[in-house]
Design a protein around this ligand. Structure first.
Ligand code: NAD
Length: 423
């Protein structure tokens, strides 16, 4: 099943019980705008390189659209469409005043130089600067992009519109970035894991974790887990996977990766086949790399009791149904990895107010918002006797539906009076 179909599947599974009219349902499913642009730049060797850029703006009923920008060879419209829609539901669950969008450039950042990446980014801004902006659509980093990419976007956008750091989030601190933004998604994943474990009478410190991916999300997640006394027994990245049943020394691994570029050859653990990470013997599995990695093929072999989705879309619907039947608790991406967009919101607020927050304020507000969202999802799942993903989608859809109806979608008064309220 393709990414877009998977998102639609989850949407329909949740919306069934909401009694929404067909028209409203269709409005919420379809993106408002899909943009595809050609980016031609001069490569360092003098040849021309042509890349395709996408921006999908899914929904803006609750505020300006918000979503990352991904540089990856597999970026395609289907993927970006699905990810844009997930952002709409994620911002609604976090209850921050945004809609959802996503973008990407079909390129391999590992094979491009710093200056080529800069030219691609500036060319992309040249094409889309009219449809992004602080009150319209606010990009952020995702796979293959980082604070430097955001700095180039600020610079290029500001050439057209004047100094506008709030056009993106995830910027370097020196250009208006927020304290705590880089680590926020991983921090939020750990708050989500702690909340679901606490409901089962467990703690981070007495649990064993396997983490797929050691980039922004996976690395920060593993660092916070280790700092809370957890045993991180398996970690993987593009180069392969490593395991140590007594717990990997995550801080040493961070230094090792900073020097060597990957986890391959790390001395404090044994190598293991990369695909076995997902079925490793652990209590909590955290996919934090790619989409569609938990599928019909491996879902029955997963040994974790909890799955906390750090990545976007890591679980196919077939695998999700298997996990529900097997009693494995899945903490869905649209809540579990919302820490990044929540602190992006704090960054945007700081930019708009021209006022800086201290790190302790950022982290405590993040914690409060994650817990609030978790409690609302949990309450809905208890009332409706459904899994956390269905409850999360129901909460999100009802909030977006209410905003859409209040803004004047005629004959669709249902959601103002009939939508579920989680508390
Ligand atoms: P990143 O580019 O920083 O890191 C990706 C990591 O995945 C790298 O360690 C890479 O080596 C690894 N990887 C790639 N292919 C792999 C494979 N086949 N097996 C194992 N590891 C593999 O990306 P990121 O920002 O950490 O994003 C990871 C996921 O989290 C994506 O799905 C992204 O959409 C999602 N996400 C990111 C953020 C954020 O703030 N960065 C927020 C929400 C969701």
């Amino acid at each position: 099943m393709r990414a877009w179909e998977a998102t639609q599947y989850y949407f329909k599974r949740a919306s069934k019980g909401l009694g929404m009219g067909q028209r409203l349902e269709r409005v919420l499913q379809m993106p408002r705008r899909e943009v595809k642009v050609q980016l031609t730049i001069e490569l360092d060797n003098g040849e021309l390189g042509t890349f395709t850029g996408f921006r999908v703006q899914h929904d803006n009923s609750r505020g300006p659209m918000k979503g990352g920008l991904r540089y990856h060879p597999d970026v395609d419209p289907d993927d970006v469409n699905s990810l844009a829609s997930l952002m709409t539901w994620k911002t609604a669950i976090a209850n921050i005043p945004y809609g959802g969008a996503k973008g990407g450039v079909n390129c391999d950042p590992n094979k491009l130089t710093y200056s080529e990446l800069q030219r691609i980014t500036r060319a992309f801004v040249d094409e889309i600067h009219d449809i992004i902006g602080p009150g319209l659509d606010i990009p952020a980093p995702d796979m293959g992009t980082n604070a430097q990419t955001m700095a180039w976007i600020v610079d290029q956008y500001s050439k057209y519109h004047g100094w506008t750091p709030s056009v993106v989030t995830g910027k370097p601190i020196e250009l208006g970035g927020s304290e705590g933004r880089e680590a926020a998604t991983g921090r939020g994943v750990v708050y989500a894991a702690a909340a679901v474990l606490a409901d089962a009478g467990k703690e981070i410190a007495d649990s064993r974790f396997a983490v797929q991916g050691f980039g922004n999300v996976g690395m920060w997640t593993a660092r916070f887990l280790a700092s809370e006394g957890a045993r991180v027994v398996a970690i993987s990245d593009l180069s392969g996977a490593i395991q140590n049943k007594d717990g990997i020394d995550v801080n040493s691994l961070v230094h090792y990766v900073a020097e060597r570029g990957s986890i391959s050859g790390f001395g404090g653990a044994e190598p293991m086949p990369a695909d076995e990470l997902l079925t490793a013997d652990c209590d909590v599995l955290i996919p934090a790399a790619l989409g569609n990695v938990l599928t019909l093929e491996n879902a029955n072999d997963v040994r974790a009791r909890f799955i906390v989705e750090g990545a976007n879309g890591p679980t196919s619907p077939e695998a999700d149904e298997i996990f529900i039947k097997r009693g494995i608790t899945v903490v869905p991406d649209i809540f579990a990895n919302a820490g990044g967009v929540i602190v992006s919101y704090f960054e945007w607020v700081q930019n708009v107010q021209q006022f800086r927050w201290r790190l302790d304020r950022v982290n405590s507000e993040l914690h409060a918002m994650m817990l609030d969202a978790y409690n609302q999802i949990k309450k809905l799942s208890k009332v409706d006797h459904c899994d956390l993903r269905t409850a999360a989608f129901q909460l999100a859809i009802s909030r977006v539906a209410q905003a859409t109806a209040l803004r004047g979608l005629e004959n669709e008064a249902f959601c103002v009076i009939g939508a579920p309220h989680a508390g």
